[in-house]
Structures are given as structure tokens and as C-alpha cells.
Design a protein around this ligand. Structure first.
Ligand code: UTP
Length: 500
């Protein structure tokens, strides 16, 4: 039987024969391309996928009656609550592991960034910093710097490989962008890009959506597609060959991400954890973030829509929220844990549904951009492996220092280019002032680093190549810095040589 016949038969068996409704109208060339795409589909699983998606979308998401408790304090570390001695010891441990080439980072960059609404990968987005840097560049430079810090602490030359998970949408432009920018000073062989799988979007009545006459609407399978992608692309083998035992996994959109954070890594390693989550305190009970907690004693992230209000609002004796651990998609995994979940447990990962507007062709072959959501995308989430952890830990970071995601286009009140840019300015302003500098406006008046309700923070941008997390800025002591101020290698050099 020809491959066309086989595909046709499988589609019919899955109740999806409409996929070939325009076949006779396609050119020879388009048929070849389409057939190749169809052959790559998991045709056996297609029926279950479509039926499952339609069923899940039809069932209302409900508040769960959960047997929840917070992660016990003995499995927690915290920038604010742990003592300085412990924090220093964890940081030392982290730097030691980094210097021994045992640490890698992994960026989840396969998303489509629909809310931001740009046609290129989110990592290539410039939030409007005076330097014009993109998210990818900021991350690359932080990685260079943390390697350099580990080198100078331990007198050796280390490498933190940077694994970047992309999708069909983001792989080519991301690869090109890194090449054009000489990998921002990193060795190209230490930046390893790989692709996650794509799965068909499905209509509410369980039919694969045709985006064109010879094209299925496909979407990446969620950031939990990581586990399949690690196997598909031999990433765990690469980690093993390099001697990498610990991985820091994070999202592309957090402008304050502390790449390969030595404190977090050192904490997880010291506690003998196989899996860890960095969290920030929820800003208010209704903040729409998932909460890291335990359900029937098992660690997991409970989505904000699933938590009963009285649980979300529950407060402890000191008035603090009991379920306050906001998930920020910033995780620690050992290589062996990843091996285990990828090989044994990934079929058990929950499927989440996202209802989206998916462009489609109607019965007459006209392309339609729907104004209302019409399709279901099924996604796995990276944190859904937490229940398989045997020693799960949690580390609470300070939001202003480590979390400010870019999700929405400007105009939105939260998580926009403006809020991301201002978070970075405020942080860098705090670093400069605690090093002893004074920030001035262009009239020479002193301005505080942090924003107030009616005044955005002073524009102070410090290159990650000069400071990873506020260290090494002693030469700013007593300086009067007129903002907008960019501290890069040139301005630093001239400040260092200049008399006060
Ligand atoms: P989001 O859930 O914020 O999705 O992803 P997104 O695609 O960036 O944005 P929207 O929802 O379309 O507006 C959180 C992180 O997970 C990655 C994203 O790139 C981001 O770093 N991600 C998401 C993947 O790597 N693969 C996916 O399939 C989905």
C-alpha cells in the first residue's frame, strides 16, 4: 500500500478524513509536503488525542477539594528567611559545582508568545533598554559572568552548557540570531538548541483543524514537552558526556532570571534534592499563579483556578499566606531524575487544555482568522513531574530581584515590556546605590532607584558582563550618575580611571 493509502486509512480510522478534503486541489509539490507532514503525525494516537481534547474542553474546570498542605519548612530555603551563613554556604556549594562543570542551564523557548504578539521568538524581543539588548543577550551575558565568577573563585576554566528548547516556530530564527551575534561571547558548541514536538490543534467537536488546504494547524506540545524532547534529541546523553549532573531550567520571559543561580543550585545539591522549585511569595491571594504545595503528601503545582478561595486566603499565625509559594517556572533537576521521568513517567503527565483562536480553512477552502476561540491546544507542563520526585525542595527568592516576566504587549497593566524594563532599572538602581553611587536626573537632582506610584524608576542599566547580581561595583562609590545611565565595559573603564 502506498504511503498516501496508509495515511488515508489511518485518518479514516481516527474519524479525521476531512483532513484530505482538498487533496485533489493541491499541486503535486504541495501534496508531497503535506504527505510528509501527515506521515510524521502520531496517526495511531490521533483518535485518542482528538477525542480527549474535545472531552476535556467540554468538561468545566472545577475548584478541587484538595487535601493540600504547604511544603514543610525542612524542605525549604529562603533568601529572606534563611540565615546568612546558610545562604553563603549554599552559594559556595553552587559555585563549586559550576567550577567542576557539573551544572547546565536549560531554556524553555518553544512557546509562541501569542499574548506578546510578535512574529519572532520572545527571546529576540527588546524591552526598550538603553543598551537595546534582547532577552537572549541578557541571559547569555549573565551566563558568561557567572562562569567567570566561578573561574575566579576556583582558579579553573569552567563551562555551563546552555540547552535551548525551541519549537518549529522558534528554532530557525533563534539559531540564526545566535549565529549573527556570535553567540554573545559564548562558545557555539556550548549552546545546544533542540526542538520539541508539535501536535495538532483540535476543534470543539474533536476534529483536527486545517490551517490551509494542505496544512494542519500544529502547536508545540507545551513546556512539559521537554521530557520527550530530551529523549528525541539525545540531550541527556550530551549532559552525561559533559559530566553535567544538575540542570537549572527556566522560562525565556523572566527578565530578572538568575542564570544557573549558585545559591539555588547549592541549596538543592546540599539538600540532596532530585527536583527543586524556586518560588516567590504571592503578591495577594487571588494572584493568578500556580502554587507549589503538597497534595496528599505529594509535591505539585496547583493552578490558581483549582484552589478553593478559602485555601487561597488562608493565613498563618503571623498573618502570612499559608499557600504563598508562587511558581515562577524556575526549576532544578538532577540528570538522573530527568532520565527517570523521561523514560518512565512521561506518559503519565497530565494534559492541560488551552482554548485559543486558531486560523483555519472553511468548507469552501477560504482562510479564516476567527474572532472567537475555536480550537483546543493540548499542552503538558514542565512542573507536572514534581509528583515523581523522591526528595523535592523549594527555595523562595525575592520577587523584585528575581522575577518579572514578559507576557503581554504594552498597554497591559502587568507583565509587559514596560513593567519588565522598570523591574530591571529598579534592581540595577538598587545595586548602584548600595555600592555608594547617587542617581541623578538631568537637572542634577537626586532620584531614588525605586519607582513610586507616579514616577517610574531611574533609568540605570548595568551590563551583566560587569555584575551578575550586584557584586563588583565598588568603583561606583561616591559617584554621581546622571540617568539614563548605562554601565558597560567602556563606562566602567573610564569611571575606574577617572578621579572623583
Ligand atoms: P507561556 O505559557 O508563557 O507561553 O510559556 P508563551 O508561548 O511564551 O506565551 P503565550 O501563552 O502564547 O502568550 C512559558 C514558557 O514556556 C515556554 C515558553 O517559551 C516560555 O518560556 N514554552 C511554552 C515552551 O518552551 N514550549 C511550549 O510549547 C510552550
Amino acid at each position: 500500500m502506498s504511503s498516501f493509502q496508509l495515511v488515508k486509512q489511518s485518518l479514516e480510522g481516527a474519524g479525521q478524513d476531512h483532513v484530505l478534503q482538498f487533496w485533489l486541489e493541491l499541486s503535486e509539490e504541495d501534496r508531497d509536503v503535506f504527505l510528509q507532514e501527515l506521515v510524521k503525525l502520531d496517526l495511531k494516537g490521533l483518535k485518542d488525542h482528538c477525542e480527549g481534547a474535545a472531552k476535556a474542553a467540554a468538561s468545566k474546570s472545577s475548584i478541587l477539594d484538595l487535601d493540600m498542605d504547604p511544603v514543610p519548612p525542612e524542605f525549604m530555603g529562603s533568601v529572606r528567611k534563611s540565615d546568612t551563613k546558610s545562604l553563603t554556604a549554599w552559594e559556595d556549594e553552587g559555585f563549586l559545582q559550576i567550577s567542576k562543570n557539573r551544572v547546565g542551564t536549560l531554556l524553555l523557548a518553544g512557546g509562541q508568545g501569542t499574548r506578546l504578539g510578535v512574529q519572532y521568538p520572545k527571546g529576540m524581543y527588546k524591552v526598550g533598554l538603553p543598551s537595546g539588548k534582547t532577552l537572549y543577550q541578557i541571559q547569555a551575558e549573565r551566563l558568561c559572568k557567572v562562569q567567570e565568577l566561578a573561574d575566579s573563585k576556583h582558579g579553573s576554566k569552567c563551562t555551563i552548557p546552555w540547552y535551548i528548547m525551541t519549537s518549529e516556530f522558534t528554532l530557525a530564527p533563534t539559531g540564526k540570531f545566535f549565529e549573527e551575534n556570535n553567540y554573545f561571547g559564548l562558545e557555539s558548541s556550548d549552546v545546544i538548541m533542540f526542538e520539541q514536538r508539535m501536535i495538532p490543534a483540535v476543534s470543539f467537536d474533536g476534529k483536527v483543524i486545517l490551517q490551509g488546504k494542505g496544512k494542519i494547524a500544529m502547536a508545540p506540545d507545551g513546556n512539559g514537552g521537554l521530557y520527550q524532547a530530551l529523549l528525541d534529541n539525545n540531550v541527556l546523553v550530551d549532559m552525561k558526556n559533559r559530566g553535567v549532573e544538575y540542570l537549572h531550567v527556566y522560562c525565556v520571559d523572566n527578565i530578572l532570571v538568575k542564570m544557573a543561580d549558585p545559591v539555588f543550585i547549592g541549596f538543592c545539591v546540599t539538600k540532596g534534592a532530585d527536583c527543586g522549585a524556586k518560588v516567590v511569595e504571592k503578591s495577594h491571594p487571588a494572584e493568578p499563579v500556580g502554587v507549589v504545595c503538597r497534595v496528599q503528601g505529594v509535591p505539585q503545582v496547583v493552578e490558581y483556578s483549582e484552589i478553593p478561595l478559602e485555601m487561597a486566603e488562608l493565613r498563618g499565625p503571623g498573618g502570612e499566606l499559608v499557600y504563598s509559594a508562587g511558581n515562577i517556572c524556575n526549576h532544578f533537576f538532577t540528570r538522573t531524575f530527568l532520565q527517570d521521568v523521561s523514560e518512565k513517567f512521561q506518559d503519565q503527565l497530565k494534559q492541560h487544555i488551552a482554548i485559543k483562536k486558531v486560523p483555519f480553512v472553511d468548507a469552501h477552502g477560504n482562510e479564516v482568522r476567527p474572532s472567537q476561540p475555536n480550537g483546543i491546544k493540548m499542552e503538558k507542563f514542565v512542573f507536572d513531574v514534581f509528583p515523581f520526585s523522591r526528595n523535592f525542595v523549594m527555595f523562595e527568592a525575592v520577587r523584585e530581584d528575581e522575577f518579572s516576566p514578559l507576557k503581554n504587549a504594552d498597554g497591559a497593566s502587568t507583565d509587559s515590556p514596560t513593567t519588565a524594563r522598570n523591574s530591571l532599572f529598579a534592581q540595577h538602581g538598587r545595586w548602584a546605590t548600595s555600592a555608594g553611587a547617587m542617581l541623578l536626573d538631568h537637572h542634577g537632582n537626586q532620584i531614588p532607584p525605586s519607582a513610586s506610584d507616579d514616577c517610574p524608576p531611574a533609568q540605570c542599566e548595568i551590563s551583566p558582563l560587569l555584575s551578575y547580581f550586584g557584586e563588583g561595583l565598588e568603583f561606583l562609590k561616591g559617584r554621581r550618575l546622571v540617568t539614563p545611565f548605562i554601565l558597560d565595559e567602556n563606562t566602567a573603564e573610564s569611571l575606574r580611571t577617572q578621579q572623583h
